[in-house]
Design a protein around this ligand. Sequence first.
Ligand code: NAP
Ligand code: COA
Length: 262
Amino acid sequence: MTTFRDNLLAGKTAFVAGASSGINLQIATRLAQAGAAVTILSRSPDKIEAAAAGIRAKGGKCIGIAQDVRDHDGVGSAFAKSVEAHGEIDILVSGAAGNFVAPFNGISYNGFRAVIDIDLVGLYNVMRQGFPHLRKPGASCISISAPQAVHPYPLQAHVNAAKAGADMLIKTLAVEWGPMGVRLNSIIPGPIADTEGMARLAPTPEAMEKSAKGNPLQRLGTKDEVADLALFLSSDAAAYITGAVIPCDGGLCLQGAGRVGG
Ligand code: NAP
Ligand code: COA
């Protein structure tokens, strides 16, 4: 049986940063399943090649590039390789992130810089280096944000600051690039099952259960549910949506900040 996803993106190309695992790998897999030729990028050569091989094994067209999003010139080279393989970019997803649980006074200069450099400066690098290669008009860009962008979670000062900044950057670019026919939106995933992010934020079964019950729908989300929203935003069905920050979170962001770390 075919689904609405099949061939939705036939003939299109996608570049997904931070996609060797978790939510972003599921997004890349879904875009490939919908017919897009996909480039995925992350730091570890072994992880990114295994992820690309997994997408190819499912029938998708995919190459993997090992690159740290903190390296501005290196990200530029990655885009050049992607364009050489697949051509101009229709869909650009930026989701590389780092997180650890610590009080502000337990976050060293290097620790704060690491998260800001991956989540916020990394987004700058991906958008700044990706822009020349975007299809204009027509490209859709998506940033993977977090509830920390909206509510000040304790023990998450670095992530709160980085994700809030990232969402404002996306809104700014939506205004600057809209006249060129480029759309940009952010997705805020809630607590998503079977992810590294949740393993770090809810390290015990009790904490995981609390997270699952801590939103109006009272369950964890799935990687598929976030990937379907990304697919929608990538498609022409979302042609008039730009500058939006869209939660896929069971209603979590309607509430105040919860707690992380158990
Ligand atoms: P994950 O599996 O750890 O995904 C992070 C990805 O980013 C990995 O592929 C990692 O691969 C890559 N990465 C990390 N640092 C990088 C760097 N400096 N340069 C290039 N790639 C880098 O985590 P996840 O939980 O699925 O999270 C994915 C996204 O969703 C993140 O943006 C996160 O903030 C957001 N989010 C997650 C949740 C959740 O419940 N999990 C909730 C809200 C928001 P390498 O290690 O190989 O580099
Ligand atoms: N508590 C306090 N500080 C911590 C920490 C923790 N749990 N984990 C790392 N740090 C500090 C380190 O001590 C170091 O600071 P220092 O030099 O002052 O000692 C600084 O953060 C950088 O650590 P390092 O391991 O050198 O950085 P990295 O660039 O290799 O890794 C991280 C970046 C720290 C964000 C790492 O957790 C990572 O790679 N994460 C990617 C996966 C992930 O977080 N997935 C979930 C996404 S939501």
